[in-house]
Design a protein. Structure first.
Length: 505
């Protein structure tokens, strides 16, 4: 009897599971995945973007060539339509020939030494992006402020007219990276308040790897000159200071800053068969910093978006809703392209059926963060079930910041950000080493299948996966997911409360 009961329960659960996943949905997923895994121009497309176009900062000729690349690639992939949408960034910025040298003399700790030789060396460094220029200054005192906490600044004493050296930890995890961004604003505030001449942030990467960050949030020019110094040089300066050597620096940061610039997002579309006015967005940012060639961040995922369009077209299937494939510009300067798009298209966001973003190199996708949406969990898990073969199994109610889903999430649209393993992403992030040879194409091809299947499945649901949240519902999600502190840490909470961020009050 118990055995029969178990068999009946097993049969019933199987029937329920079968009913929860319509056969056509499963068939469509298999068909799209198969098309996605077929040979394509993915590798050559990315080689053209990275090796031939190179690093892509908005306002530069390289960025315009990247936009042209996007238009050409989408057309070649078979898009129903392709167009660009321009927006304005308030300032242009480019680095000049940043130079820093240090000299130090000290007191002999060993009484047998009659003379302590002068120490001189050139510091390997780059300017922080969108930081102001600094005309050449000579023999400026350097002071060590440790990690930059209030206690560290208090211990350092008077910093007026000095260069403050800020320590960091070696980058190993996603949390380390987020901390690097979160720690910078209070350091900048303290340095400005203390009237420091400039800030020298110690790199979080070893082996002299330099990279480009910005501490500007909305494309504005920052409050104080800043450089990133090679970790080994920064630690050498710190040891000299700790050994009693007064250290002085010659520093020149001849950044070139101009007025407003125009750049553009690239948008391709597959038109929906039944509800063409409703749409899903599959996106990635096209721009990059220019020290490397922007392969992992984020050229590989720009190429992914193009290849996902190709795969859906190659499958012969047409979704109920339209799918918009968007390559955003200005992400590195503060998510400017996706913000411009979300604001320009605000009147139609009630018709948005979901936004999917990839922005973390080619580490294996483990799941998605759904922007704090409990209401989409069950359906979302069903839609990603065919992707378990690639190890993609999780759907989490996390609210994340730092890539192009953010403004859509704050407008109440269901969003899905690919969660990925670190792989080789962090050490090459924004760095001179972010080049084509770092891309894992075997894994990237799987990501194409994941992106194509999930975006098609979202667009093909009989009803949208979830409604557009109201402002009150968005804030409720922020509190339920314990995200308020994150918003405060990144300086976003005040903008939200004033109504300058997110869905209109």
């Amino acid at each position: 009897m118990r055995k029969l009961k178990v068999l009946w329960l097993s049969f019933t659960l199987s029937a329920i599971c079968f009913a929860a996943t319509p056969p056509t949905e499963t068939d469509d997923a298999a068909r799209i995945i198969q098309a996605a895994l077929q040979p394509s121009t993915l590798e050559s497309n990315l080689r053209r973007l990275t090796d031939e176009v190179g690093g892509r900062v908005p306002g530069t000729p390289a960025m315009q060539r990247a936009i042209d690349w996007g238009v050409q690639m989408f057309k070649a992939a078979g898009a129903d339509s392709v167009h660009t949408e321009e927006f304005t960034i308030p300032y242009s910025w480019s680095e000049g020939a940043t130079e820093m040298t240090v000299s130090a003399t000290g007191t002999a700790l060993d009484p047998k030494l009659a003379h302590v030789p002068k120490v001189e060396f050139r510091v390997r460094c780059v300017s922080i992006a969108w930081a102001p220029a600094l005309a050449s200054v000579k023999h400026v005192p350097v002071v060590d402020v440790g990690g930059g906490s209030p206690a560290d600044f208090a211990k350092a004493g008077d910093i007026s007219g000095k260069i403050v050296l800020v320590h960091s930890v070696v980058l190993k995890t996603w949390n380390d990276l987020f901390a690097e961004y979160a720690n910078a604003p209070p350091v900048i505030t303290a340095a400005v308040k203390g009237k420091a001449k400039a800030i020298a942030f110690m790199a979080t990467r070893e082996h002299d790897i330099l990279y480009r960050h910005t501490n500007s949030n909305e494309g504005e020019i920052d409050r104080i000159p800043q450089v990133l110094v090679a970790r080994e040089d920064g630690e050498r300066i710190s040891r000299l200071l700790a050994s009693g050597y007064p250290v002085r620096a010659n520093l020149s940061i001849p950044n070139q800053i101009g007025g407003p610039i125009q750049t553009a997002n690239v948008i391709a579309e597959i038109k929906g068969s039944e509800k063409p006015g409703e749409f899903v967005i599959l996106g990635a940012h096209l721009d990059s910093w220019e020290l490397g060639t922007g392969a992992l961040d984020n050229g590989c995922n720009a190429a992914l978006v193009v290849d996902a369009l190709r795969a859906i077209k190659a499958s012969g299937l047409q979704p109920r809703r339209s799918i918009r494939f968007i390559l955003f510009s200005g992400e590195e300067e503060g998510l400017l392209g996706s913000r411009a798009y979300s604001i320009a298209h605000r009147p139609e966001l009630d018709k948005a059926a979901g936004v999917i973003i990839w922005d973390a190199g080619t580490g294996k996708t483990t799941g998605f963060a759904d922007g704090g949406r409990n209401d989409v969990l069950n359906t979302g898990k069903r839609l990603i079930a065919p992707l378990q073969q690639f190890g993609l199994t999780e759907l989490k109610t996390d609210m994340e910041w730092g890539t192009d889903h953010f403004d859509f999430m704050m407008e109440g649209v269901p969003t899905f950000v690919a969660d990925q393993e670190e792989a080789n992403y962090l050490e090459n992030y924004h760095a001179v080493s972010d080049t084509y040879d770092k891309v894992d194409f075997t894994q990237l091809k799987k990501h194409v299948a994941e992106a194509a299947e999930f975006s098609f499945a979202l667009a093909n649901l009989p009803e949208k996966i979830g409604p557009r949240f109201t402002r009150a519902q968005i804030e409720q999600s922020m509190r339920e997911t314990n995200s308020v502190e994150m918003f405060k840490a990144f300086g976003l909470w005040d903008a939200w409360e004033r109504g300058h961020l997110g869905r209109e009050k």
